[in-house]
Design a protein. Sequence first.
Length: 288
Amino acid sequence: MAEDIEIKKVMINEKEYPGLLREIKDPPQSLYCIGDISLLKKRCIAVVGSRKTSEYGKWAAYKTGSRMAEHDMTVVSGMALGIDSYAHKGALAKKGSTIAVLGSGIDICYPAANGRLKEQIEKSGLVISEYPKGHPPSFYTFPRRNRIISGLSEAAVVISAGLNSGALITAELAAEQGRDVYAVPGNINSIYNMGSNKLIRDGAIMISKIDDLLDDLGIKRKETDEAETSLGLAEKTVFGLIAENGEVTADYLCRKTGKKSSYISGIVTVLEMKGVVETSSGKIFVAK
């Protein structure tokens, strides 16, 4: 971290301190902040999940982050690899606001691989921690961090969480704090979704489509992305299949449309150029 970056300290008795967080059972007495502290007063939603995830999980996190940002909701997460990172990136892509809550001192980037992401959030959003400079991350600090993620937020969304995921701790804390807990359903054959699917079985609100979340939050939906509305009929058909499933193969698209692989390849190339899908491993197409 550059030495000239300003670190602000917000105490629990100061007006800048977030009201929702002040109300939880064990609020942090102070928050060390880098970035726009006005975000502490905005409407926030937590988006969390496992570090290890599928392309579908990445898509769901990115899309949730971007869709919330489009509607002026601040996306709160823990800047971990996997779901957290993609939720932050989705919000940043729409030039929206996002808050990263660290489980270490405010000057320490953990994991180190997210150094660039931390810099982006410091410039365009807010990075916070209850720990001062130099405080190392530990097995204890991350569960403690999770109560801040949920405490800042009106609701918590869990995506692609395994049975031992820290995201389940965040969900439990959110429920204890009186927040609504949502979960995105996933493939029942995948270990990456066992925790989030279990949350739904135990009473979490299932997200069948992301805009349902906007309805529950009382937010009027905005029009679909301009790029999506510019699609031709054939492009909309293929894009709809991709968006419906999150991730698909070229063979799947061929079967569902009855078209040859060369035709599907051409359509997907156009969709990539328009920025509404991306490819992974050369065969999986993920709606952005």
